[in-house]
Design a protein around this ligand. Structure first.
Ligand code: HEC
Length: 155
């Protein structure tokens, strides 16, 4: 074989091999990422739940300074959560997310944004609220329920 042909031939093999390795790499990466995304959104929801309970007890004890720090933290976490529902995370890895999310992505995102905005509103109204419990229900707990009813599996 002519040395040039031989060279082209082996170059081609290297390129083909690299392509295959890259493709396999991408594939397992995509899978890893889907699992990581699902796990991280579940962890963030659980964290928000723990934080919400702390907010409830702090506000009930009139410790508004500490409570508002946590309210702002929850508000930010909701903004992060909006980006943790990409198309490739609809199934698997014990997700409790319902497929309706992806059929109604705008509505779902709007609910998440509302949950975030309401935590900011809560910061501005909680100190002067006559009914602390009712105010927490209105601006914090009701948003969990509204979203879960429609977009999370029964548990
Ligand atoms: C806009 C929608 C939305 C809002 C608002 C929302 N959640 Fe969820 N939540 C979900 C979805 C969807 C899941 C399922 C996620 C998954 O398993 O992939 C979930 C899962 C959870 C989980 C289970 C996490 C795990 O480890 O599997 C807890 C706990 C939770 N939410 C608590 C709350 C609490 C408490 C609030 C309010 C303070 C809240 N969520 C607000 C949509 C929402």
């Amino acid at each position: 074989m002519h040395p040039l042909v031989k060279h082209i031939n082996s170059s081609f093999k290297i390129i083909l091999l690299s392509t295959i390795i890259i493709l396999i790499g991408f594939n397992s990466n995509a899978e890893m990422t889907a699992e990581e995304i699902i796990k991280s959104r579940q962890a963030l929801f659980s964290k928000n739940y723990r934080t919400a309970k702390k907010v409830q007890s702090l506000a009930s004890n009139l410790d508004f300074e500490e409570a508002t720090v946590l309210m702002k933290e929850m508000s930010e976490n909701y903004k992060v959560l909006i980006d943790l529902f990409p198309e490739n995370t609809q199934e698997g890895f014990d997700t409790g997310a319902l497929l309706t999310i992806w059929d109604e992505k705008d509505e779902f995102n709007a609910l998440m944004q509302k949950a975030s905005d309401d935590m900011t509103k809560l910061v501005s109204v909680i100190e002067d609220a006559d009914d602390i419990r009712g105010t927490l229900t209105k601006f914090m707990w009701s948003n969990c329920k509204a979203c879960h009813n429609r977009y999370r599996e029964e548990h």
